[in-house]
Design a binder for this molecule. Structure first.
Ligand code: T4K
Length: 425
């Protein structure tokens, strides 16, 4: 254990962990069951193209969510692209900037302009009060992101979408296993998109899905993810290859059987972090609604540098030196990434909460790969750093902080993103 600041690895001490401790280690189900299924797949020699495991996977996911259709996909990004295309979104679509860049890219990839909206600092999800004023005659839809598995203000978004005749899509990449007002995420809006990437609470190696209650939309999505084939030799629609393969589906089926254990491990980890970080000035741990189902997949801290003295990025550097690979999801916000920062060089002016938050958050390891001992050590490091906040800051100031955002290179004519204040709602 490190009794004082000089024992920190960044100042020459021995790292607390001999091996890197990652954020986003995959949760894994029963190996024997997995190998049985792999053998069965090999015996059948059916590896892709709507095989029996994909069909079973889709049925199990639909039942779990309580939604009519689940269409399994090769990953969450392609699922987003197909959902956007199947909903015929075009022109401009409103979404938060505080999300993984795939949400914005899925639009821009199809030459649809992402219009970045600020977030509610309490929930980190899109602020409905700011949406109405961003709607223009070119707006065709809204994408809400259930960040960290915490649902958007779905009721308000549904009301805005209905009143403005906009399509409503949810990026539920983080939301598998979570509920809103007692109903599982996946059945709201026109459609919802999941990611089953290894970093997610529930994974299929790579994978994703679109969930919807709309029969016609589901039919269209099924065509689109399979080149538009409606039978042998009969293409009736433009399509791509978005199919999930059998290996991913059987991985998913196996992991589904351990879902309760994954939630239990995450919840225990969350409670341990909560206990160990309680009372630390300037550090607040993400809150989850105890009345809803929750996957507890993200241990997110907000660092208030005026209280901690030491900066968020310095805390990350200190943790990384200890082999705790903390992340600053989702720094610096999509609007500060290319091509968006060239398109909208002034977007930050209307994204004040996003700009504030991207400088404050840091994400810590959780999942079935870590337990109370690791968490205790991680929190001890944070406690020591905070006990010597100004000294740590001074000793580290001037050192290189990773991933500094370089100034934007304006290589295209900047587009205007309107400046607006939130309306009262
Ligand atoms: N929308 C949202 C809101 C999303 O968060 C995402 C994905 C998407 C849409 C798109 O869904 P997908 O197309 O990905 O299905 C990662 C993931 O690549 C990405 O899936 C995820 N969000 C995002 C939040 O995180 P990076 O750049 O942080 O990945 P990387 O390679 O640094 O991995 C993160 C950590 O996870 C590493 O430190 C090690 C650990 N890891 C990773 C993999 C792949 C493992 O331990 N094992 C593994 O197999 O983006």
């Amino acid at each position: 254990m490190k009794p004082n600041i000089d024992d920190l690895a960044i100042f020459g001490g021995i790292p607390a962990f001999p091996e890197p401790l990652h954020v986003g280690r995959p949760n894994l189900g029963d190996r024997e069951r997995l190998f049985e299924r792999i053998n069965d797949m090999l015996d059948r020699r059916w590896l892709s193209n709507n095989g029996p495991y994909v069909q079973e996977f889709e049925q199990r996911i639909s039942d779990f969510i309580g939604v009519k259709h689940c269409i399994a996909m090769c990953n969450g990004t392609v699922a987003l692209e197909i959902a956007i295309r199947s909903l015929e979104l075009k022109g401009e679509v409103i979404l938060p900037s505080f999300t993984f860049v795939a949400t914005a890219h899925a639009l821009q990839w199809q030459e649809i302009t992402p219009v970045f909206c600020d977030i509610d600092p309490k929930t980190h999800t899109i602020d409905p009060c700011r949406i109405a004023q961003m709607v223009t005659p070119r707006t065709t839809g809204i994408i809400g992101v259930h960040l960290w598995g915490r649902p958007c203000d779905i009721e308000s978004l549904e009301e805005i979408a209905a009143n403005r005749h906009l399509k409503l899509l949810f990026d539920a990449a983080h939301g598998f296993g979570c509920s809103y007002k007692g109903r599982m995420l996946g059945s709201f809006g026109n459609a919802e998109v999941f990611s089953f990437h290894p970093t997610k609470f529930f994974n299929t190696c790579e994978g994703g899905a679109i969930a919807t209650n709309d029969d016609a939309l589901a039919g269209k999505i099924r065509l689109m993810k399979n080149f538009g084939f409606s039978g042998y030799d009969n293409v009736i629609y433009i399509g791509t290859n978005g199919k999930m393969n059998e290996l991913s589906a059987l991985m998913g089926l196996t992991n589904l059987e351990s879902l309760d254990a994954f939630v239990a491990a995450n919840h225990e980890n969350y409670k341990t972090y909560q206990r160990e970080l309680a009372g630390l000035n300037g550090v607040s741990l993400i809150k989850y609604d105890q009345n809803e189902k929750c996957n507890y997949q993200y241990i997110l801290l907000e660092i208030d540098e005026t209280d901690t003295q030491v900066t968020r990025d310095q805390i990350i550097d200190i943790l990384r030196a200890e082999n705790v690979l903390a992340r600053r999801y989702f720094f610096p916000g999509c609007h500060r990434m290319e091509p968006y920062r060239s398109f909208f060089p002034n977007a930050g002016l209307m994204l004040s909460e996003t700009e504030r938050l991207v400088k404050r958050v840091l994400s810590l390891p959780t999942g079935t790969a870590v337990g109370p001992d690791e968490i205790h050590k991680i929190c001890k490091i944070i406690q020591i750093v905070l006990a010597h906040g100004s000294e740590a800051r001074e000793r580290l100031s001037g050192s290189v902080v990773n991933n500094v955002v370089k100034p934007a290179t304006i290589d295209r004519k900047p587009r205007e993103q309107k400046l607006m204040a939130p309306v009262n709602c």
